[in-house]
Design a protein around this ligand. Structure first.
Ligand SMILES: *Cc1c(COP(=O)(O)O)cnc(C)c1O
Length: 242
């Protein structure tokens, strides 16, 4: 792994990463005949320190993603209000029911709603925190190999979306998926777009498609992604997940 540099060096590294990803997004949007303004970049800051979040914010980043509750809570909690208030915090990791109260306290959007029990728990936790959370249905497009990255099977997505839409403290925003490792991403993103359209026919406000990471953002943009979750292409490689 590359150790994060400090100060000006790190700011320059992050600037270079952002620029490189912005060029990829611009090119992919042009290829797909899409407007860059319809795409939101969520910079995934997991494993990287709050200092990096501040440097990114100073460079105009307004959306960050985190996937581990304790790390995210500490990091977001350590930000000064001037930085925190300018950010939308996306929780993109698998979510256990016993973590919902914590996540509801700092996340603005949860991308990983994938089972009915989580819907009720998240709604109650948001209500107790006096907050309203955006929520995306995470769809499992991995087939049946049990890779364990979470997600509801496509056939169950509509029902789960109905449940979220009925919640007082959750706003149904759309769908999210992680393309299976090693698989061709395009068919996966094409399928996600179909699932998204099905949900949108019942819930017109659910227009977000969260798809595409460092390795496959072009394929995701070609298939309608509205939110890209990009980490390593901007921040550098992370230590291996333990
Ligand atoms: C870590 C992570 C990302 C970012 O992955 P990169 O390959 O570093 O861009 C996106 N989505 C989820 C759900 C993640 O956990």
């Amino acid at each position: 792994m590359t150790l994060p540099a400090t100060g000006d060096d790190r700011a320059a590294q992050l600037r270079a990463g952002l620029d490189a990803v912005e060029s990829r997004i611009a090119r992919a949007c042009a290829d797909a005949g899409r407007d860059r303004a319809d795409v939101q970049l969520v910079v995934v800051t997991k494993f990287f320190p709050a200092d990096d979040v501040c440097l990114l914010a100073a460079q105009g980043v307004t959306h960050i993603g985190e996937n581990r509750d304790q790390e995210a809570r500490d990091k977001v909690g350590s930000l000064v209000a001037a930085v925190r208030d300018g950010l939308t915090v996306h929780f993109i990791g698998q979510l256990q029911t016993n973590k919902v109260a914590s996540v509801a306290s700092y996340a603005d959007v949860v991308h990983s709603v994938d089972r009915p029990r989580l819907v009720g728990a998240l709604d109650r936790a948001a209500g107790s925190a006096g907050r309203t959370l955006g929520a995306l249905i995470q769809v499992d497009l991995d087939g049946d190999d049990g890779a364990g990255r979470g997600g509801v099977p496509p056939a169950g997505a509509a029902e789960l979306a109905d449940a979220v839409a009925a919640c007082e403290n959750l706003n149904l925003r759309g769908v999210m998926a992680v393309a299976p490792l090693g698989a061709e991403p395009a068919p996966v993103f094409a399928r996600l777009r179909e699932v998204a359209a099905g949900i949108r026919s019942q819930h017109p406000q659910a227009s977000w498609i969260s798809a595409g990471m460092s390795g496959d953002l072009e394929a995701a943009l070609a298939h309608g992604a509205t939110h890209l979750r990009v980490g390593s292409a901007i921040l550098g490689s992370r230590p291996p997940v333990g």
